[in-house]
Design a protein. Structure first.
Length: 418
């Protein structure tokens, strides 16, 4: 929630479920054995969450999020909810009931009692609990987690598509609301400037949240945003990233729009005093590196480059030092805390840093076709192809903005098989 102040009205959050659904505004910164269980049924139902934030300047997006909940019961009337999955995951990850209880914020006695209730419900234990030997899931417990994953694979994409349709319908009914959309995107200077341009011109309101490419696409799959921004190398070095991104872009209804190309490479101190010329130089003694966070498109690209150069990550001093934006990487190099980082060329200009170009990459926006076809999507694409946007791109080193953003299917854009 955004607190009320003299410059803005209080945020208004409305939700139709017990769970609060909120979105943050950030400019920058992870075959069964044993006795048969009692018969039980699985009941799924969808929660609708609506989130709306109002300010004096403009109305930010209202969004519908449909999600799947679980209710499990047997013929005797015993029942449980999705909490069973949280308990099973905690036990699987911790390897002991004591550690699992601590991770869940429960007492050992409470979790022990809950596991006994689950045994009565299913007619067999979900975990093998032995004093002094830790805990591990039984075949039934593992099977329940697989069932949840299978249901998610079946329903998540459909719920996301239905959420997008319901969101557009509600936004069309919202009085005095200009077209609006939420974007989760891998950090990018030009995307941030396009957001500012859109909000200033008044044609469309954009709520932008920066995160890693994988996180952005996962948010899109969950229906938490209208569009997701991610980037991939134009060369074969991007093949690993394309495959990983493709797994999150399975629905045929997804479309991709290529907005621009940008230059990624090694960010070094002014004048490049350490004479860092290639990826292999990162393993040299005395070279301290600053990395991007795991799951970001830049991290995926860097790992591919290291592998191609025959450089083991553990041989790079500072590989575990992570930052969440290109600007933060550049600032770390400028401060002298690192001799090199990996990021976009545009991040070096404000700090007067050196840059060693390594690869050109394409930046995409992904979303359901309905998101691009709606009023907000059409206005965003119009702005992206405008003269004003080209002037902004011209002032950012390493960028080439497409004169007319091109829409394509996932297969056409990423070139990987279905």
């Amino acid at each position: 929630m955004i607190p009320a102040s003299s410059g803005s009205r209080a945020a208004i959050s409305r939700t139709a479920s017990v769970k609060e659904y909120s979105s943050s505004l950030m400019s920058a910164s992870r075959g069964r054995r044993g006795p048969a269980p009692a018969p039980f049924g699985l009941l799924r139902y969808a929660n609708i969450s609506i989130h709306q934030i109002c300010t004096d300047m403009h109305r930010l997006p209202i969004r519908v999020r449909l999600s799947c909940d679980w209710a499990i019961a047997n013929s005797a009337g015993a029942h449980c909810d999705a909490g069973v999955f949280l308990a099973l995951e905690a036990i699987r990850d911790a390897g002991s009931l004591q550690q699992a209880a601590r991770a869940m914020g429960l007492s050992y006695r409470h979790l022990w009692g809950r596991m006994r209730e689950y045994t009565e419900l299913f007619g067999a234990p979900l975990a093998k609990l032995e004093k002094g030997r830790g805990a591990q899931l039984t075949a039934l417990g593992e099977g329940l987690l697989r069932a949840r994953e299978a249901a998610a694979a079946l329903l998540d994409a459909r719920l996301a598509a239905a959420s997008a349709t319901a969101t557009e319908a509600l936004r069309a009914l919202t009085p005095e609301a200009r077209p609006s959309m939420g974007i989760a995107a891998s950090h990018d200077c030009l995307i941030a400037r396009l957001r500012d341009l859109a909000n200033e011109t008044g044609g469309v309101s954009i709520e932008l949240r920066f995160c890693g490419s994988l996180d952005a696409l996962a948010a899109l799959a969950r229906g938490e945003c209208d569009l997701a921004g991610f980037h991939v190398a134009s060369s074969e070095l991007g093949s690993d990233a394309r495959l990983r991104f493709r797994r999150l872009l399975r629905p045929a209804s997804y479309r991709l729009v290529e907005l621009m190309t940008r230059s990624q490479g090694l960010i070094v101190a002014r004048g490049n005093p350490e004479r860092i010329r290639a990826i292999g130089d990162l393993a040299r003694p005395g070279i301290v590196f600053v990395n991007r966070q795991e799951g970001s498109g830049t991290r995926i690209l860097l790992d591919s480059l290291l592998q191609a150069a025959g450089v083991a990550p553990e041989s790079v001093a500072g590989y575990a030092h992570e930052e969440f934006t290109h600007d933060a990487v550049a600032a770390t190099v400028a401060s002298g805390l690192a001799a090199a980082g990996f990021g976009i060329r545009a991040a070096t200009a404000p700090l007067g840093l050196g840059f060693v170009p390594i690869v050109e990459e394409r930046y995409f926006l992904a979303g359901h076709a309905s998101a691009f076809d709606g009023p907000a999507g059409r206005e965003l694409l119009r702005l992206a192809g405008s003269a004003a946007a080209r002037r902004i791109a011209a002032g950012l080193p390493g960028y080439v903005l497409r004169r007319r953003p091109r829409m394509a299917t996932v297969r056409e854009a990423l070139g990987v098989p279905r």
